[in-house]
Design a protein around this ligand. Sequence first.
Ligand code: NAP
Length: 332
Amino acid sequence: MRAVVFTAKDFPLSLKTIVKPVPLAKQVVVRMRNAGLNHRDLRLRKEQAGQFPDGIVLGSDGSGIVEEVGEEVDDGLVGQEVVINPGVGWGNNPQVQSDAFKILGFPDHGTFSDYLAIGHTQVFEKPEHLSFAEAAALPLSALTAYRALFSKARVRPGEKILVTGIGGGSALWALKLAHAFKANVYVTSGSDEKIATAINLGAVNGFNYRDPEWQEKAKKTAGGFDIIIDSSGGEEFGRMLDLALPGGRVVIFGQTAGLLQNVSPRTIFWKQLSIFGSTMGTRDEFLSMLDFVHKHSLRPVIDRAFPLEQINEAMTAMESGDRFGKIILTIS
Ligand SMILES: NC(=O)c1ccc[n+]([C@@H]2O[C@H](COP(=O)([O-])OP(=O)(O)OC[C@H]3O[C@@H](n4cnc5c(N)ncnc54)[C@H](OP(=O)(O)O)[C@@H]3O)[C@@H](O)[C@H]2O)c1
């Protein structure tokens, strides 16, 4: 079978022929239809080169059809159209993942290949209103946004939410989920065009983080925010906390702009802010996210799709600043 095998740092990824997996006990083999790219795939290529001499198949997100099942798996699953939960081994504590937690695509083989062998509890029925390509745009980023919004910030309808860096995959899902829940969503972006697109998708308004006065403008426009969903961090983080309303909740799940800086403890304790860290989500949250997406007939924003052979073009598109939404690979 064909697979995108990653070995050396920054080198072009290569499509190789490797042995098709057979399902072990409790596993299924999925004939992959589509895979989705994440920021993580870019980071791994820079940071984790050379760890496995034979290379590793990248990719956390994907959708496909169950083709084979191993022992102890109901063979009624064969032919099932599925979406894959990339969070493996969360454990029993819903508050935090166990030490055994792994994300599909490193150190285990991921979704950028013709077939994937994976535990049967990792696959879920594909929401029927979504195509395979749309379903592949869901797992990691929609799960992350779901936990951040519902389990951590405990969003309520009518609340004002600021989502930073709306061009990002998880940020876009935070907008979609919160808007469907009837919250009032504001966004930031480095592009006025992306802000305009976010408004078309349901955002109330947006602010360009390249404008040195964006925080003042946000304060004037929105008055402040009950919830801030942030994946950027960086030197602006402290000024952003000034936008939180008293009693506000701030959820951090990424650090696109680097380390948190200029944070005033007084802002946090005097306004009684709650600051949460969040990472992906539990199996239950994955299921709840799928239910929510199905109930509200939500669709992902897809920027572009590339055939599997064009993995390097897809990675370049992922790196480019003009992207809005998910980059998808078409496998079969
Ligand atoms: N903890 C988790 O479970 C989890 C899950 C998913 C992602 N993440 C992390 O979250 C971050 C985003 O991931 P992603 O996959 O959504 O990435 P992505 O699709 O590559 O998006 C990154 C976005 O960051 C925004 N950005 C860049 N500089 C910014 C700044 N100075 N201020 C505000 N926003 C800025 C850009 O928004 P504009 O294009 O709108 O300017 C860009 O679209 C990464 O750090 C990733 O590792 C963590």
